[in-house]
Design a protein around this ligand. Structure first.
Ligand code: AMP
Ligand code: MG
Length: 308
């Protein structure tokens, strides 16, 4: 199954979250059934990231949004497992600081978008400014309602500069949320996450869902699509997100850059002599062979020093 097609929200399409089954798990019976495929995607994501870094042409921005307990942290843990930390990072967005509030709402976002060759995962994002901000009337409607357009323009500008933007709404249902909060009560490594607000925010469930529907349906474009991922099953969520990432990155048809030097010349200039001395074909681990006599010298020096 191609989840990029299945879960992608068409531009201007109507979204009815109530009709999207958060329990959906495709053709897979259970976690075990996904393991082989998931490992394959993880290996592929690793190769694709190395290529992306070398090519230094594309940027990838992954936006994760969900209700509390929706699995943003778990998704991050899963997808980042495949990647070299050198060229990927996570940016989390919490209640804005005084400094952030003194700027426009996209200021803190734009500062941390990925450069070329890099992947950035957003744990929450500028969408909070049309979600929590709307639900709790943190700014008047006339302000937040203009933001859909502003966000679209902002994302288009990023896309025009070589950034691919993938936005995932991890869709859980209200019962699953309560189940996860309940599980946290019994897990010492998760208890720190529990807050009163998690429970009081549940009262706004429907208002949040409506805010999500508007944000997703007004802001899904080919250059920055929204995907609604059924996420009650963590293993299915990981599989679907991984598959969409692989498909997107493969679509770039990346290539390693051509070497910037003449390899034959380099081989001749720096490796031929060593190869001749040792009667080895050129470029067969010459560094290792060369280092051994040096080590002996080093040891002698060391001994001399001790005598002094
Ligand atoms: P957590 O992701 O659990 O660490 O919580 C971060 C909190 O910051 C959530 O309650 C978000 O709703 C809140 N938050 C994130 N962005 C904004 C924003 N722009 N305005 C107000 N609250 C925000
Ligand atoms: Mg939270």
């Amino acid at each position: 199954m191609n989840y990029a097609n299945q879960f992608r929200i068409k531009t201007g399409g109507k979204v009815d979250l109530g009709k999207i089954d958060a329990d959906y798990h495709g053709e897979y019976e259970n976690e075990e059934a996904t393991i082989g495929e998931l490992e394959k995607y993880t290996r592929r994501l690793s190769e694709l990231q190395a290529l992306m870094y070398a090519e230094n042409k594309h940027s990838l921005l992954i936006v994760l949004q969900a209700m509390d307990g929706g699995g943003k942290d778990g998704t991050i843990r899963h997808v980042m497992e495949a990647w070299n930390p050198q060229s990927c990072n996570v940016a989390g967005f919490k209640v804005p600081t005084a400094e952030e509030l003194a700027h426009d709402y996209l200021w803190r976002i734009h500062k941390v978008t990925p450069r070329k060759g890099q992947i950035t995962v957003f744990n929450r994002s500028h969408y909070e400014d049309v979600l929590v901000v709307r639900v709790h009337n943190l700014v008047p409607k006339q302000v937040w309602s203009k933001r859909f357009n502003e966000i679209n323009n902002f994302e288009r500008e990023l896309a025009n500069s070589g950034t691919t933007i993938l936005k995932f709404f991890l869709h859980i249902d209200k019962e699953e949320q309560l189940r996860r909060f309940g599980d946290r009560l019994g897990e010492p490594d998760k208890q720190w996450k529990i807050s009163d607000a998690d429970y009081t925010e549940r009262e706004y469930w429907d208002v949040y869902q409506q805010a999500y529907v508007d944000a997703i349906s007004k802001c899904s474009f080919n250059y920055a699509p929204w995907y609604i991922i059924p996420a009650n099953h963590k293993w299915f969520r990981n599989l679907a997100v991984s598959q969409i990432l692989v498909e997107t990155m493969e679509g770039w048809k990346m290539k390693y850059p051509e070497p910037s030097v003449n390899l034959a010349e380099i081989k001749q200039k720096y490796h031929a002599e060593v190869a001749e001395e040792q009667d080895l074909p050129a470029a067969v681990e010459p560094m290792v062979k060369e280092e051994q006599p040096k080590e002996k010298k080093g040891k002698k020096k060391g001994k001399k020093k001790k005598k002094k």
